[in-house]
Design a binder for this molecule. Structure first.
Ligand code: URA
Length: 254
């Protein structure tokens, strides 16, 4: 194997080992490229209803994310948006990475230093771990669309304030409508709380299918631990592995 492919493969094995995966199971091979699964989330089965609508804040008349017809248009509008104070201290807009056709949308907290420099979400250490977590269930950057609750780096990597999150929420709401993903994965406390409209913490919210109400459609949503938290608390990778398996099962169920 070429050296450039050995390192990620080794890192993926290390991730499996850290999560306690010590054997390959399953008699049948899994087709990771199978047609999209239909999500059978009848109330009372695997989903509960969450008040998961980002609360909209009035925007300037000349900035209407709901009128954007494509994700590219929306990104351009976000670049012109002056309603989030974080923009003043950030170097770059950090809107999204991945595929505009992805079935899986991931929403993190906020860009960090590397993301601010490169203008893309999750490209630093936490992003590398996130990529491994996704690879562990057969997903690459082509299968996912990654964004954050805010599009600019908070100074000193602090948690974005509720007001900062609210100011970007109309964009995020439209981003979800335009992508129309099969499932949404919320990474960490800030994303889970703001998107699910609850004060409950991530340890209570993680690992269960909920519903995000997007226009006419209910989208299955699951919260999991933030990869940056996993870097600081590697023992918790076991919990995140369970969540990844739930995501895998939802994606590949027949
Ligand atoms: N942490 C996040 O929540 N988002 C990023 O883009 C990077 C780190």
């Amino acid at each position: 194997m070429a050296a450039s492919r050995v390192e990620p493969a080794q890192a993926l094995l290390d991730w499996y080992r850290a999560m306690g995966v010590d054997e390959a199971i399953g008699e049948e091979p899994v087709n990771h490229f199978a047609a999209p699964a239909s999500f059978d989330l009848k109330p009372g089965r695997t989903a509960t209803t969450a008040g998961a609508k980002p609360r909209a804040k009035p925007l300037a008349d000349d900035c209407s994310p709901e009128e954007a017809e494509t994700l590219a248009d929306l990104e351009q509008l976000a670049g012109q948006f002056e309603g989030c104070a974080l923009k003043r201290t950030a170097k770059n807009l950090c809107f999204a990475r991945g595929s505009d056709k992805a079935r899986v949308m991931l929403i993190g907290e906020a860009p960090g230093r590397d993301e601010d420099l490169q203008g893309k979400p999750f490209v630093g250490r936490a992003g590398k771990l996130l990529d491994l977590m996704l690879a562990s269930i057969g997903l690459t950057e082509d299968d996912v669309y990654i964004t954050n609750t805010v599009y600019w780096r908070p100074p000193g990597n602090r948690t974005p304030t509720p007001l900062e999150i609210e100011s970007c929420a109309p964009f995020l709401k439209r981003q979800i409508e335009l992508l129309n993903p099969g499932i949404i994965v919320l990474l960490g406390n800030a994303a889970a709380k703001s998107m699910l409209g609850t004060s409950q913490g991530i340890m209570r919210l993680r690992g269960k299918w909920l519903v995000y109400e997007s226009g006419e459609r209910d989208i299955p949503v699951i919260a999991t631990l933030h990869p940056a938290y996993l870097l600081r608390n590697p023992a918790e990778k076991r919990l995140s592995w369970r969540d990844m398996l739930m995501i895998k099962q939802a994606l590949y169920k027949k």
